[in-house]
Write a protein of this length. Structure first.
Length: 84
């Protein structure tokens, strides 16, 4: 597995936004019935997550749209996501 690459950092007020490129992998899921299927798999790890405000043991809200996934720490702001 290769390390994510950084692309064109931008500045937005005091928040540094870095784009990372990762590869969607695959894993095999085995059901209780014994049947199995191959499904997409995304793994995120690194100190950059903590620098972005994601701490160990935090809970996240995962918002999934067409060609988009957003990870939001479960706070009051996350409760406002449904109001967009």
């Amino acid at each position: 597995m290769s390390n994510p690459t950084l692309e064109q950092p931008e500045r937005t007020s005091d928040l540094r936004i870095c784009t990372r490129t990762i590869k969607v992998g695959r894993i095999i899921r085995v059901a209780r019935s014994g049947s199995s299927s191959v499904v997409p798999f995304i793994r995120l790890s690194g100190k950059w997550l903590e620098q972005a405000g994601f701490k160990r043991d935090d809970h996240l809200v995962v918002c999934v749209g067409r060609d988009e996934i957003r990870l939001i720490p479960q706070t009051r702001e996350a409760a406002d996501v449904g109001e967009e």
